[in-house]
Design a protein around this ligand. Sequence first.
Ligand code: ATP
Length: 389
Amino acid sequence: DISRTAERADMRVYLIGGIVRDLFLERPNDDIDIVVEGNGIDFAEHLRTDYGGSVKMHETFGTASWIHPSGLYIDVTSARLEYYERPASLPDVELSTLSEDLYRRDFTINSMALCLNPEVFGDLVDPFNGQADLRSKTIKVLHNLSFIDDPTRILRAVRFETRFDFLMDKQTESLALNSMARMRDLSAHRIVEEMKRLFKDEDPPGTIKRLFKLTFWQQFGVDDGSAEQSYIHAGQLKMFYEIHKPPAGQKARWFNYFAIPFFTSKKMYLMSQFSLTKRNNKFLQDIRNLSDMEGVERIREPGEFHRFLKHYEDEAIIFMIAKENMENEDIITSYLKRRIDMPIFLTGEDLIREGMKPGPHFRGILLDLEVAVLNGEINSRDEAVEWLH
Ligand code: ATP
């Protein structure tokens, strides 16, 4: 479709960036980016005229998205140059050539374009020899100032390393090490966004280890010496997630991995530099309280855990068991499973109906009831009422 419209509109049109890389790697990718030598917004309009769907414009950037009738998003950019002179503001936009567009990208494997015009369909534009780096599984920057221009690229490099099982070449790795201190200049928000993406990928323990090697954690006050322990903890945590799949908090999982190096160095207070959400803070608070808790390791019945752990979220509890490697961990996990669908046989209202005088002691009675339910001693409402008397 795009090819025919390109011919009719008499514009050069290219598939560009991550999608080209993933085509060569034969990996799925729904992020379709195309670049037009000419006006991208006009081209998106042409596509709509030819095939329907709708167009969303982002005029400041001279870009548009064409939403295909099937719902697929296709981002259309004008070949352009972004300047870094005013890093805090929006980039100055200037129409330019395709090779300039490729030059401002991050890595050679992401800086290839495939021409879509019918007469040259499939022609590869690869000024940095990304093909060869794909073959040798190498992440390579385009120039020596790349990480200085944008330190988040270091985190992107690590993401591609783990995802594709690639490695940075020597030069890129040493540039990453030398620019790592720049990481501290980034806003907390940008770091957090990259962490979310990093820890979504397959190998959080490997990612944590790699980031120690590149001195990422150390920039934020984590001790060099906690690398090994962090790696082990992350491995245990990953295993727990795979086995138990706790339903709550899937979204916060990246954060739990992110917290490990700080936790291992006993410096969780340093995480306040990452302007955290309420939920993140609650997790940290839970972890702190759980670390101070005594006596949990002696518990042998699932219900008894409830007295200690009722108010803690699954995620925090799993984080702690993963770290402790406790011998009663099977009982805790069976407690977690049971409490997810624990039936409520009696409420405060029921107690009143049974002739009891309301008061703060209700709380203790209901807790005892929950403990008995979790231990499998009470299995119905009738049994609960009987237990009450
Ligand atoms: P993913 O599959 O994780 O989305 P991607 O490579 O498609 O990976 P995007 O973040 O969607 O990643 O970026 C699309 C393209 O934009 C990249 O392939 C790269 O060429 C370019 N790009 C993205 N971020 C940067 C950056 N910080 N610096 C330079 N180029 C970038």
